[in-house]
Write a protein that binds this ligand. Sequence first.
Ligand code: IMP
Ligand code: ZN
Length: 341
Amino acid sequence: MMDFFQNVPKIELHAHLNGSLSNRTLLELGAMKYGKDNPGPSNDECFYRITNGQNLTLKECFQKFKYAHDLTDQPETLRYATRAVIQDFAADNVVYLELRTTPKKTVHMSKKQYLTTVLETIRTAQNEIPSITVKLLPSIDRSKGLQEAEENVSLVIELCQEYPDIIKGMDLSGAPFGTRFSDFGNILKKAQAHRLKMALHCGEFEDDDEIQAMLEFGTDRIGHGTFIKGVNLQNAKKRGIPFECCLTSNVKCSTASSYEEHHFKKLWEEGFAVCICTDDFGVFDTSLTQELRTCSEIFGLTTQDILRLQENTIRYTYANDEEKHKLTEIFNNFRKTMKID
Ligand code: IMP
Ligand code: ZN
């Protein structure tokens, strides 16, 4: 039987570049950086277990970020990784992708070179893989402090001039503990003043005041939103702010106790603006196809519901009107081909 979940066109709005490297890509990058005979960063047991698809502990899952960062610290490997991620999403029938990544200064690259490499790779991919439209939301890793945040915003504002069709907004992510959103507000406002959209990780842990501050600041989408409740939840609904729900990521990170208990269920049933995303498909060993299948199996969404969920997501993208129109046509054609009203 045709796999509906694979075949339905999909929209991905919350994907971190270095969390979206498949095991195959990690191995290929390892061979590029360290040579074919010794592809592991330190040839260690954990890298072997990860790239051989063995069951991993959560700690080993997070180890993948460390390997990914080590392997993408040169322009050549970063270019290869970016291209591989776009290709993997396209192969999963994702037709529109908003990718995020934190610009990093490494021994081989400045932050500007890092971002430019990703942007140029996206630009080239637009011609070579025309089935997928790709945008970039550069990230601020809040655990890296305010100076890094300032640097990232300045750089993004500068590069926006050259890549206005690709850079559409900014993300605030990283481990939130020990930092306060209010410290980042004024820095992010500068990006907002340049008409950049704000796709902030919001409500990943319990802190009503921080969530309220993010809503008042004017986040355009909510990354996860797991712990948003009460007045904040009603405000998010009133303003129609879309929630980016990442089922497997939340279950594996234990911010949701199970798929069944995931807050997507409430959001969907109560008519919130909501979409399904992968977060880090490489780290959490999933795909958007898999997330939609899980959504259907666990929450009882029909194929019609899944299609509606994807079509709704067009409105939550930071694509321009023409691009949104093209996406709508893709879904209309899919409906016609599948004879779905
Ligand atoms: P990168 O920005 O391309 O290096 O993607 C990996 C980075 O994304 C991680 O080092 C974290 O800073 C961030 N990230 C990935 N998943 C999450 C999440 O669930 N919460 C917060 N930050 C995340
Ligand atoms: Zn995330």
